[in-house]
Design a protein around this ligand. Structure first.
Ligand code: IPM
Ligand code: MG
Length: 360
């Protein structure tokens, strides 16, 4: 089969890691008889430099017309002083809303061969960790009304509104219940319904929904408690579903307890099959251009793309197995190496994965 993939390399380490993921996709395609046409698009800081805006219209058009989008990372200190609407991050937020990507799947999976990197005591994570965060991606405080105004006696005031509708809550809830049905059958919904009205609506919609999925074990947690439970008893979780900002925060926490933020992929999905796939780490400007970055999160994002957007589960397994094999052999980039271990460059790691790909 033939697939059109929009590729946004972005800033910092983005170009290096995406190049490796493209190599892996091409080789997987060769093994299974698919061809990928990559169309590179500008977004983020590099788009600000070249086009004067973080998300050129043409990029949105190409992304929408493609089967899927692969993204490296955007942003960096060079663009941090831009006004809000011209920050590099606007590229990601704009793509999420323009592509209608309502659900962000962030698996926090601990690789057996990297268990030592987990910062929690071994008894807390014995047997491994496999949590999926399902984050609502186009609503809430990220997209609500915001602004500033002068007050008569308190100086300037700023506000960001967190709106949620029943429909938005229900559709992300469904994603979580469906995912749990394919995994370990548990959904934990995280909110702050002891304080926030949006969370009270959130909880009531989730409770209505859970009646439709009697086979799923359901529970609620307040977000502060969820943050605590993730470090004291992370194994209780299967799927965590939560609103946009809570999901942003908890997914960094969840990924870090696996010990390898440089290893974790993500998928952002809408109603159809079009999706955006990116590593959950950022653009790491401090190590950009040095061949030090770990490309595995981007390579695993490409695997998620095959699974969720292109409906090629066997090909996705093939990439994930290759990554596992390479890790088991002890191949390491700098971020996951222990002192004294041989360190591979970004492209050497990509080559290792390409070599390890084999059709079952
Ligand atoms: C993420 C990032 C983004 C977010 C930023 C870059 C806008 O932190 O994808 O988690 O806050 O959603
Ligand atoms: Mg984040």
């Amino acid at each position: 089969m033939k697939f059109d993939i929009a590729v946004i390399k972005g800033d910092g380490i983005g170009p290096e890691i995406v190049t490796e993921a493209m190599k892996v996709l091409e080789e997987t395609g060769r093994l299974y008889g698919h061809s990928f046409t990559f169309t590179q698009c500008l977004a983020g800081g590099c788009a600000i430099d070249q086009e004067g805006m973080p998300l050129p219209r043409e990029t949105v058009d190409v992304c929408r017309k493609s089967h899927s989008v692969l993204l490296g990372a955007v942003g960096g200190p060079k663009w941090d002083d831009q006004p809000g609407h011209l920050r590099a991050e606007k590229a990601i937020l704009g793509l999420r809303s323009e592509m209608g990507l309502i659900a962000n799947l962030r698996p926090a999976l601990m690789f057996d061969s990297l268990a030592d990197a987990c910062p929690l005591k071994p008894e807390f994570v014995r047997g491994g960790l496999d949590v999926l965060i399902v984050r609502e991606l186009t609503g809430g405080i990220y997209f609500g009304e915001r602004g500033r105004k002068q007050t008569p006696d308190m100086g300037e005031m700023a506000y960001d509104v967190m709106p949620y509708s029943e429909k938005e809550i229900e559709r992300i809830g469904r994603v979580a219940f469906e995912m749990a049905g394919k995994r370990n059958g548990k959904v934990t919904s995280v909110d702050k319904s002891n304080v926030l009205e949006t969370s009270r609506l959130w909880r009531s919609v989730m409770h209505r929904l859970k009646e439709e999925y009697p086979e799923i074990e359901y529970s609620d947690l307040f977000v502060d408690n969820a943050a605590m439970q993730l470090v004291i008893n992370p194994k209780q979780f299967d799927v965590i579903v939560t609103e946009n900002m809570f999901g942003d925060i908890l997914s960094d926490e969840a990924s870090m307890i696996t010990g390898s933020i440089g290893m974790l992929p993500s998928a952002s999905l809408g109603e159809g099959s079009l999706g955006l796939y990116e590593p959950i780490h950022g653009s790491a400007p401090d190590i950009a251009g040095k061949g030090l970055a770990n490309p595995l999160a981007t390579i695993l994002s490409a695997a998620m793309m095959l699974r969720y957007s292109l409906n090629l589960p066997e090909e996705a397994d093939c990439i994930e197995n290759a990554v596992n094999r390479v890790l088991k052999e002890g191949q390491r980039t700098a971020d996951i190496a222990k002192p004294g271990e041989t360190v591979l460059s970004t492209s050497q790691m990509g080559d290792m994965v390409v070599k390890a790909l084999s059709k079952n």
